[in-house]
Write a protein that binds this ligand. Structure first.
Ligand SMILES: [Ca+2]
Length: 441
């Protein structure tokens, strides 16, 4: 092989260096120009409910395009099987068991997100982000628990779940109820309008737009713009209305010239509500749905888009979890993580960039306040698939069930007997986690 002479070596070195620089993702944003964050968070949308995740009749071309322009994860988890705890872990970077928000809040519930929790919005305020929550809050409806008390400059949306109507579901702008009862069929358009207005008004400063959609949670309602359009019936109409909303929001980001300064994430809070039959969604090939720690209840669609930073068209099988969004955004914004409490999320930007992986560590899944399952590598151990309900005790000595999620993603074949050592390891992981909680770690 011919050796390079000095000049050739220098030329080759420079070329490789320049190409490497062009190829590699840009370093974390400069502290004075941190990126914008847009988190679009569907409600009860299942793993199998988007065309880019294999649904045959729900048509989501705009979400699919977002995946083509960015990265799509196939093993992204919610930490929870229902709305409130899922939102709590997203906004705090902590397992919901640490914040006490382990169950769905009802209209009569007197508590909410504890004031001492540091939300993603609060942390971003330290870097002068403009912040807004548009959509379904569901982390406490009393004034001291509302979004504007948790770091959001503005709020537009509903405070409780949309199926809890007595004495009537109110639409709020900040702390003021502006419509009662709210016209649920009009919400997707009003949320989208508010989002577009917020992006436009804040295009010259870093912003955080958190949009927890009310859709596709029952009761399903759309106005005539979307009614009867989908081959999947009313559920499809509602799912496709989210797709329309995504198109409008992404277009506005582009019109404002912010594509390359904005990380957009789309995901869902928990799996499909299967007992609603045709009005509930689909978890595709996964077992179970909402309320359960089977994969269908906790594995979510997840797409991230950031042109110029995240390479387009990738699919990643890395195992990541809801709390990672908190840590990733703070890392990108140059905000130190709170150091006076456990933070469970990891920075998954290397996963999204395609240059690294998330550390392999056990991930824990609660149903209510019961630790129901743990995943480590390909293995998942299930002890309690579903909370027995408030005030009821789960079985004292449940039979552990073990699944290899790589060969058996549908959790059909319990292999606990064949791998007692793995069962022991994962049970020890669970015991260690519970012991750590008790010690405040
Ligand atoms: Ca939900």
């Amino acid at each position: 092989m011919r050796r390079l002479c000095g000049k050739e070596y220098l030329l080759t070195f420079c070329t490789v260096t320049i190409l490497s620089f062009l190829y590699l993702p840009q370093p974390i944003a400069e502290a004075d120009h941190p990126p914008n964050f847009v988190i679009l968070f569907a409600d009860d949308l299942g793993y199998g409910d988007l065309s880019c995740y294999g649904h045959p009749t729900i048509h989501t071309p705009n979400i699919d395009r977002m995946a083509d322009e960015g990265v799509r994860l196939t093993q992204f988890y919610s930490s929870a099987t229902v709305c409130t705890p899922s939102r709590a872990s997203l906004l705090t970077g902590r397992y919901q068991i640490r914040t006490g928000l382990t169950r769905v809040l009802f209209p009569h519930t007197k508590y909410g997100m504890p004031v001492e929790e540091i939300t993603l919005a609060e942390a971003l305020k330290t870097k002068n982000y403009a912040t807004i929550c548009i959509g379904k809050w569901h982390l406490g409806h009393l004034p001291r628990y509302r979004p504007t008390r948790h770091g959001f400059d503005e709020f537009f949306g509903i405070l409780i779940a949309n199926n809890f109507v007595p004495p009537g579901l109110g639409l709020y702008r900040n702390n003021e109820e502006i419509e009662q009862p709210v016209d649920q069929g009009a919400l997707i358009e009003s949320y989208t309008e508010e989002a577009i207005k917020f992006i436009t008004n804040n295009k010259d400063q870093p912003f955080f737009l958190y949009l927890p959609y009310t859709q596709v949670h029952i009761p399903l309602q759309v106005n005539e713009k979307f009614a009867g359009k989908s081959r999947r019936g009313l559920y499809g109409d509602v799912a496709e209305s989210i797709d329309w909303s995504m198109r409008e929001i992404l277009r506005q980001i582009g019109r404002c010239g912010l594509d390359e300064q904005t990380l957009v994430i789309f995901t869902s809070d928990n799996g499909p509500w299967l007992s609603e039959k045709e009005n509930g969604g689909s978890a595709g090939l996964l077992r179970g749905g909402k309320f359960e720690v089977w994969e269908g209840g906790i594995r979510m669609p997840f797409i991230a888009r950031w042109p110029g930073r995240i390479p387009p068209g990738r699919v990643s099988r890395d195992v990541c979890i809801m709390m990672d969004i908190f840590t990733t955004c703070l890392t990108l914004a140059g905000v130190p993580l709170p150091d006076d409490r456990p933070i469970d999320g990891k920075n998954i930007m290397p996963v999204l960039d395609g240059i690294g992986t998330r550390p392999v560590e056990p991930l824990f899944f609660y149903t209510g306040n019961i630790l129901g399952a743990v995943r480590r590598g390909p293995w998942k151990l299930v002890l309690h698939e579903r909370s027995p309900g408030r005030g009821k005790k789960p079985p004292a000595n449940p039979q552990p069930r073990l699944f290899n999620l790589l060969t058996d993603p549908s959790e059909r074949f319990d292999v606990a007997r064949q791998h007692p050592e793995i069962v022991n390891l994962l049970q020890q992981d669970m015991s260690n986690f519970i012991e750590g909680l008790q010690k405040g770690k």
